[in-house]
Design a protein around this ligand. Structure first.
Ligand code: SF4
Ligand code: SF4
Length: 408
């Protein structure tokens, strides 16, 4: 076995061990299996890819700003390439600066391993969000077709809205060219409906999460699986999971009065569930999050008041700009407003603010957010860490001390 395969096996074992840990404490082990299966997609082998039932074009994407309705409208499948493994991040140490965000380094490591899964992605849709991503776009699969969308960094202005709309229209034209499929009004309406159905099912799921029937790690696992699954399959799997949770809700008392935590900050990406697992081991319930790898995936629905083609495109374009609370915006007061709402609506006891080392956008915003949350008399802790497990003991001690502040 060569070194690359050895590394892949080590990573796969880590994935499996985390799956086992989540399944052991879950009441929904069977309905969670489709999500777990999809998270193994980066380890697909050539034969599996050839035989895959879904033969559609895969479009590698980053972030939550790539308008997925348009990708679905040409029969494509978006695959979000934000990665969370520590060994692949180390493997890319010779390719990126020491201080680079681990999410990007982890992706670079997977690509260096040249797995069939990554080699297969020949198209990329890349919104210019944070600087690490913008620079990394240049290094993605040589020879692949890359489409860079200029994402405005000031969403309050009408000029930004118009500019993002024109980027959306240009993406539509590029996707048509790549796929040979002309996007008509019907394709748009169908794909908007696909996303709305997923959002509806996810809203139901989030209600269960709020009452403690679903744990934070289960919710993160389901949301991370959305990176890889086809949306229709993901929605069906979530519907089945929701049925199982509903049945349990009918049978059992609602759990307990554990500390209710709001998790915000850098995206939590599988298999780096270090922080949520430590929080749950310390007896906290992660009642809500404001993460672009979880609840923010469905932060708003497309409103289809104007059913002309241009009206539908405008609605899709707006969905990715106006409600977005990504810290790469200049003047991101909407994020603080959203955090305050989540705290009030969900009777949050404490806020955990996660900064992935090298993630400057979240790090910079943390100072003003800490001040505002503390003004609300809500305990706040900022955790700066990376994907390695070396600091687990130290983090556990800090989290335990934090939770002591509001134990009932
Ligand atoms: S916070 Fe914004 S820029 Fe960062 S990964 Fe999420 S969507 Fe992308
Ligand atoms: S926003 Fe943060 S986590 Fe996301 S790519 Fe940029 S630096 Fe990395």
């Amino acid at each position: 076995m060569d070194n690359n395969n050895r590394l892949l096996n080590t990573i796969l074992e880590r994935y499996q061990s985390l799956f086992d840990q989540i399944l052991q404490s879950s009441s929904y082990s069977v309905p969670l299996l489709p999500f777990i299966g999809s998270l193994k997609m980066p380890f697909e082998q050539d034969a599996e890819i050839e035989n895959a039932a879904d033969k559609e074009l895969r479009f590698g994407t980053f972030c939550v700003q790539a308008p997925e309705e348009l990708i679905y409208a040409v029969g494509g499948q978006p695959v979000r390439l934000c990665m969370g493994d520590t060994d692949t991040a180390d493997f890319a140490d010779d390719q990126l600066p020491k201080l680079a965000c681990r999410l990007i380094k982890s992706l670079a490591g997977y690509m260096k391993l040249e797995t069939p899964f990554f080699k297969r992605i020949k198209h990329f849709v890349l919104p210019t969000t944070c600087d690490w991503k913008v620079k990394h776009f240049e290094r993605l699969n040589p020879g692949a077709n890359k489409w860079v969308m200029e994402f405005p960094h000031n969403k309050e202005s009408e000029i930004s809205r118009q500019r993002w709309f024109s980027e959306t229209v240009r993406l539509k034209e590029w996707l048509e060219k790549q796929s040979g499929v002309k996007i008509r009004k019907k394709n748009l309406l169908d794909s908007i409906r696909l996303v709305q159905n997923a959002q509806k099912e996810h809203n139901e799921f989030i209600k269960f999460r709020r009452t403690g029937l679903v744990s934070g790690s289960e919710a993160l696992l389901v949301a991370n699986a959305y990176f890889y699954m086809h949306i229709a399959g993901w929605t069906t799997a979530l519907k089945n999971l929701n049925c199982a949770v509903r049945e349990k809700a009918g049978r059992n008392e609602l759990p307990d009065n554990s500390p209710r935590i709001l998790l915000t900050g850098s995206p939590v990406i599988f298999p780096n569930f270090k922080l949520p697992m430590i929080l749950e081991e310390a007896g906290c319930v992660i009642t809500a999050d404001e993460l672009c790898s979880s609840e923010r995936i469905f932060s708003d629905v497309v409103s289809v008041d104007d059913k002309t083609e241009s009206g539908l495109l405008q609605a899709i374009s707006d969905r990715y700009l106006l409600p977005c609370t990504c810290p790469t915006f200049n003047g991101n007061s909407a994020r603080l407003k959203r955090l305050r709402e989540l705290i009030r609506e969900n009777k949050i006891d404490g806020v955990v603010y996660y900064v992935l080392n090298g993630c400057h956008p979240y790090d910079i915003e943390s100072f003003d957010i800490e001040k505002s949350i503390k003004e609300m008399k809500i305990p706040f802790i900022k955790i700066e860490t990376d994907y390695s497990t070396e600091d687990t003991g130290q983090l556990r001690t800090r989290i335990e001390a934090f939770t002591e502040m509001f134990k009932r």
